[in-house]
Every structure is written in C-alpha cells, then in structure tokens.
Design a binder for this molecule. Sequence first.
Ligand code: IPM
Ligand code: MG
Length: 363
Amino acid sequence: MKATIAVLAGDGIGPEVVAEGVKVLRAVGQGFGHTFALREALIGGIAIDETGVALPPATVETCVAADAVLLGAVGGPKWDDPTAKVRPEQGLLGIRKALGLFANLRPVTVHPLLMDASPLRRERLEGVDLLVVRELTGGIYFGEKRRERDAAGEWASDLCIYSEAEIVRVVRVAAELARKRRGHLTLVDKANVLETSRLWRSVTTQLMQTEFADLQFDWMLVDACAMHLMRRPSDFDVIVTENMFGDILTDEASMLAGSMGMLPSASLGEGNKGLYEPIHGSAPDIAGQGKANPLAMILSVALLLRHSLGLEDEARAVEAAVSAVLEEGLVTGDIARPGQLPQPTAAVGDAVAARLVVQAQAS
Ligand code: IPM
Ligand code: MG
C-alpha cells in the first residue's frame, strides 16, 4: 500500500526516538512491500523558535493531508515559563483538537522480562493487561481559562465542560475495544463531587445498558482507581475516563510497565486518521545523549500500522521484533537488567529493524 505519514519530531528526546520510529517504518515498508511517504513538520518549542508559534498552520496542513501522524514529544526548560503567551504544549493540544482526535488509547502491558524494572512486586504484575481510553479534546484542558485580579488579590479559573455527545463518542470507542478484549469496561470519574462526572456516570450507564449490555460494566472514583492500579492492576481491562483523570492515571499506570519508555499511545477520531506518540515526554535531562528508550515510539508505530493503515500483520511483526529485542537484552539503561550493557537509542532501533527484515523474509 501507499501511505503518507506526517512526522513531528518536536523537542528534547523527540527527534531521537522519532528517528528510530522512522527506521522501523522504513523496515516495514521494505520488508512488506509498502511505500510510506514521510512529511516532516514543526511542532512545540522548535516551532516557537523557528516560526513564533507552537503549531504553525503549515504543520496542521501537513497533518490534515496525511494518513497518520507520528509525534515525538514537546517542551523543555528553554520554553518553561508558565506565564508565557506561547508554550510548546499548545502545539500538542492544538493538533489533537485540530484533527478531532477525541479518543486516546494508552495500553499498559507488562513484559515478563521487565517485571523487575517496576517498583511493584512481581506477583502484583502477573496478568496486567489494561487499556486506558482517555477523552482527549474536551474537559478542563479546553474550557475557558481566566486569570484576574480584584481587591482581594489574584484569582484564576479553568472551566471543565463536557457534553453528552462528547461522552457518548469516546465511551463507544472504549466499549467496542472492550468487546474485542476481556469484555469489561470501567468508567472512572469523581461523581461524588463533580457535576461533569455525574453526567459521565448517567450517560455512560445508559449507553452501556442499551448498546453494550453484553459487557461487564462498572465505575470507580478516580482516587480509588489510583489506589487500585497499584493494589490489583490485573483486575482492569478497559478504563474510560475524562481528559485530566486519564492524563494522571496513565503516568501512574506506566510504572507498572517498568519504564515510561515502554508505553505507546494512539489518538483517534471519527475516521482512520490517528496521531501516534509515546506517552513519555521530551525528557530534556537526557536529550541528545543516546539514552532515550525508543521502544515506546516503535510500539506507537505498531499502533499506527494497526489503527490507521489496517496493517495488522505488520503491526504484530513490529511488536514481535520488540519482544525479541527485549529477550536478547538489547535495551537502553532504563530497562537494562543487571549484567546487561545499556545500548544506545539508535542501536535498539537498529536491532528492531533488523529483526523485522528477518521476519518479513520468513513470512
Ligand atoms: C500527555 C502530556 C500532555 C497532556 C501535556 C504535555 C500537555 O502530559 O500527553 O499526557 O497533558 O496531555
Ligand atoms: Mg501526561
């Protein structure tokens, strides 16, 4: 097949991990006979430096014209002033919104070989295979923001707003995914305090009773969920939740996998177009040193092949190549086991690409 992929490397370790994702994409193209046209575009801090804004119109155009978007990370100390009018994060939030990517899929699995890299005991990690579906274009992230001063001093507000339609569409995505997995959906909210959460609770319950009565459905308050993710993580199958709860819970859940450097994500909208990015950030402290783990990015490429291009066999081949590399211990320092020499970022990407070529030849 022929496909056009927009490549947004961004800041910090973004360019380093994206280079390995691209390497793997090219290996898939060669091995399986596909043509991927790559179109690079600016986002985040580097876009601010070069154009004055975090999301230049040309980047949006490139993404709109592409079949899928591969994104590294945005942000860094250079642009960290939270009072600045232009901030790198605006690029990320802006492209999610511009492409209508309302469902953010963040799968968390624990490879048996990485259990010792997790702060949790091995017995807690057995059988962990969960998927967080985070609402991505609404809620407190996108509601009206105010910052004012009156006689008593400064005050600020962030409006959290959700409509029934926004809830229904993302819950539907989550429930359909649950149906293909273990058939269990958990809504996470704060319905004991927030009105938006009470709307989530009633809309979701209604939808589950009418369209998804075959699934096991329950709900959990977000604070309890934060605890249960540590206490009994293997009980979760699919979690659906609003934008900010999903942001926080997925950083927490990433610790189950041993390293944030292992977790990919897919952001999807109505069509097949999606944006694929690792859930880790730009990690400025290790940028440019060849220490970044490229596997989250490479696993994001697998999600791109699966969800936007419909290339399931190729997606599985990438995931199998990643497992092979883990088994051989060709990994970066964050997940190296005692006695394993940490590999540089590019060497891990080379190893995955090499195994893909071997697999493609065998298939
Ligand atoms: C994420 C990140 C972003 C978010 C930041 C960088 C704006 O934390 O993708 O989880 O909060 O969505
Ligand atoms: Mg986050």
